[in-house]
Write a protein of this length. Structure first.
Length: 388
């Protein structure tokens, strides 16, 4: 692993079924690598890290998100905001009520909780909620969880978009590249087959491609500095933005503005792996059994949208966004069957808001075009896009 960050020791051992599944995915990845033609200057075939990460997460029937394991929630590997509290979805429906008549397109719907709770909170969304999900396995789970809720699954991104496009913890799950500054130049992380699994290789970025251009602009030229660049997430946002006629894109995720993301002191990047509620930093281990994720460079995401003609409506921490959008009012109005239920609901809200949990690290970026910008004017009251 290139990052000089400690790897958590004592990860739980995979079950025999998990180990067999991991072995199948590793065989698939070895085939992917073998198909690559090595450069004349290199002794072996390699693939770029983004290709490796994409296959590890999404190879049909094999990748982490594409095979049967329980990923989200307390029984899985990590917990997302919609899994914590139905008030998260309900508060989003309040914030975006002025444009939701035009419909919602949710990207990467996970277990389907956000859609289910949003439609329960705002029944007019029944029949207006669409999902675009890359994982066939998750799509089937979502269909089960959302039966009768009037949700429609799309096979591809529509040519034109209106209303709200929403992605909670989606951009962080899109495959990124790892780049480092070494020997006075930028190098890209690649993955080769090794005797015991996979090994890192580094290739200088010598062409005039977008990865080198991004590294030169974003990453400090400090010897040994390493970080991630997610051109695929930026390309997705650019496509969404180009196709948006009137409406807004909302991305909620952990991340920072560029200045903080590529801060000289964050020299080991943000890439992390989640396995049974533990975090470690070696994506070449537990391949296929764990989530691999990197924080979001929100400046890059905002730039991709603005370059395609959108306006930034609001950039805020999750806590600021949810508080201004009325989360606490929603909590106060909720009725509970018992004191225990009330205490659990308050605890979940605290996790969403607390600076020590999701409140500060998670950000909300809303960008839009057309009449939607004015309709969502209330969100600009707490906009902090000057931080981007
Ligand atoms: C970390 S999970 C988050 C799930 C859910 N939004 C939540 O908050 O619980 C990431 C989700 O994004 C999906 N995903 C990743 N890349 C995607 C893409 N390009 N388009 C649509 N969905 C995508 C994954 O399959 C998965 O459902």
């Amino acid at each position: 692993m290139p990052a000089p960050r400690p790897v958590v020791s004592g990860l739980p051992a995979p079950t025999p079924d998990e180990a067999a599944h991991g072995a199948r995915l590793c065989a698939h990845l070895r085939e992917c690598i073998a198909r690559e033609t090595p450069l004349a200057s290199e002794p072996e075939a390699t693939i770029g890290f983004a290709d490796f990460m994409h296959e590890a997460l999404y190879a049909p029937g094999l990748g982490y998100y594409a095979a049967g394991a329980t990923k989200l929630g307390a029984a899985g590997d990590f917990v997302t905001a919609p899994e914590l509290s139905p008030l998260f979805a309900a508060t989003l429906t309040d914030a975006f009520a002025p444009i939701m008549d035009e419909g919602v397109l949710e990207l990467g719907a996970g277990s389907g909780r956000l859609a289910r709770d949003a439609i329960a909170a705002a029944p007019s969304l029944d029949g207006r909620w669409r999902v675009l999900e890359v994982s066939a396995d998750l799509r089937e789970r979502q269909r089960g969880a959302l039966e009768g809720a009037g949700v429609v699954w799309l096979d591809a991104l529509p040519e034109r978009l209106r209303g709200l496009v929403l992605g909670n913890e989606v951009l962080d799950a899109i495959a990124c590249e790892i780049v480092r500054h070494h020997d006075g130049r930028y190098e890209q992380a690649r993955v080769a087959v090794a005797e015991a699994g996979f090994a890192w290789r580094w290739r200088p970025l010598t062409d005039d491609g977008p990865l080198l251009a991004a590294a030169q602009v974003r990453m400090p030229p400090i010897a040994g500095y390493q970080s991630e660049i997610n051109l695929r997430a930026e390309a997705l946002v650019a496509t969404l933005a180009e196709r948006l006629d009137d409406g807004a894109l909302c991305f909620i995720d952990y991340g920072f503005p560029r200045r903080e993301y590529y801060h000289p002191e964050r020299g080991a990047g943000t890439l992390a792996c989640h396995y049974r509620q533990r975090v470690h930093f070696d994506p070449l281990q537990r391949v296929g059994l764990q989530d691999i994720t990197a924080h979001v460079d929100f400046t890059a995401i905002a730039e991709a949208a603005v370059d395609a003609g959108l306006q930034v409506i609001c950039y805020a921490t999750q806590a600021q966004f949810l508080l201004h959008a009325g989360l606490l009012g929603r909590l106060e109005r909720q009725t509970f069957a018992s004191e225990r239920e009330r205490a659990l609901a308050i605890g979940a809200v605290q996790k969403l808001l607390s600076p020590a949990e999701m409140g500060e690290l998670f950000k909300v970026l809303v960008v839009g075009r057309g009449e939607a910008v004015a309709k969502l004017g209330a969100l600009s009251a707490f906009d902090q896009s000057y931080r981007l």
